[in-house]
Design a binder for this molecule. Structure first.
Ligand code: C5P
Length: 219
């Protein structure tokens, strides 16, 4: 069967990466977490004491950024493991800020297209169906209510033994979505040909089954 390209976009903490990983495993496809790449840029700025609000300074850093993503989910920034460091709350907001800059997007989108060459890939992010892989055979727009997303993230944190405040999480997610949906370049939105899945009242298994069914129709 054909090895297609799958795009999953949607707001923060909608469970995109969880679903993408499970579907990739089922199909033996490569999963590419594009949000992690924006996080790496924000984290690198922080490491170098560069203000993420300073577009020029952030853009200048790009030539020194080398991101490697491994099949086991490990992410290296200039050959250092940053897998958990880039998950910090401050890095999330920083990523949302630097993702507004044209130079940052051009730099990362090029990398993403390179990695996606040849198909057999599943990418998740905000602009995969609208910009990065406009010709993807399957585009999913994965959503869930804000309460639902915040609660899932909260439970995830507690399970990982990370301190967590439900109200703060909900605020952070709402702020990030607002910023991502209203930016000028490649804002978060559903591609015209994307299929929307509201996962608020669905189990993981149900969402995976739904996506697998859509894949089967296309391979
Ligand atoms: O997906 P994740 O929450 O890790 O993404 C972090 C931030 O990176 C998002 O809030 C968004 O601002 C940015 N992003 C983006 N385009 C993508 C993926 C992520 O602008 N394709």
């Amino acid at each position: 069967s054909k090895r297609i390209s799958i795009a999953i976009d949607g707001p923060a903490a909608a469970g995109k990466s969880t679903i993408a990983k499970m579907v990739a495993k089922n199909l033996n496809y490569t999963y590419i977490d594009t949000g992690a790449m924006y996080r790496c840029v924000a984290y690198y700025a922080w490491l170098n004491h560069v203000d993420v609000q300073d577009e020029q300074a952030v853009s200048k850093l790009l030539k020194d950024i080398d991101i490697d993503m491994f099949p086991d989910g490990t992410i290296q920034l200039n050959h250092e493991d940053v897998t958990s460091a880039i998950r910090e709350n401050e890095v999330s907001m920083g990523a949302s800020v630097v993702s507004q800059y044209q130079a940052v997007r051009t730099f990362l989108v090029e990398k993403q297209r390179e990695m996606a060459q040849g198909g057999g890939v599943i990418l998740d992010g905000r602009d995969i169906g609208t910009v990065v892989l406009k010709d993807a055979e399957l585009k999913i727009y994965q959503v869930a209510s804000i309460e639902c997303r915040a609660l899932r993230r909260h439970k995830e944190n507690l399970q990982r033994g990370i301190e967590s405040d439900l109200e703060a999480i909900q605020k952070e997610i709402a702020m990030r979505d607002e910023q991502d949906m209203t930016r000028l370049i490649s804002p978060l939105k559903k591609a015209d040909d994307a299929i929307e899945i509201d996962t608020s009242d669905m189990s993981l298994e149900e969402v995976v089954a739904k996506v697998m069914q859509l894949v089967e129709q296309r391979i």
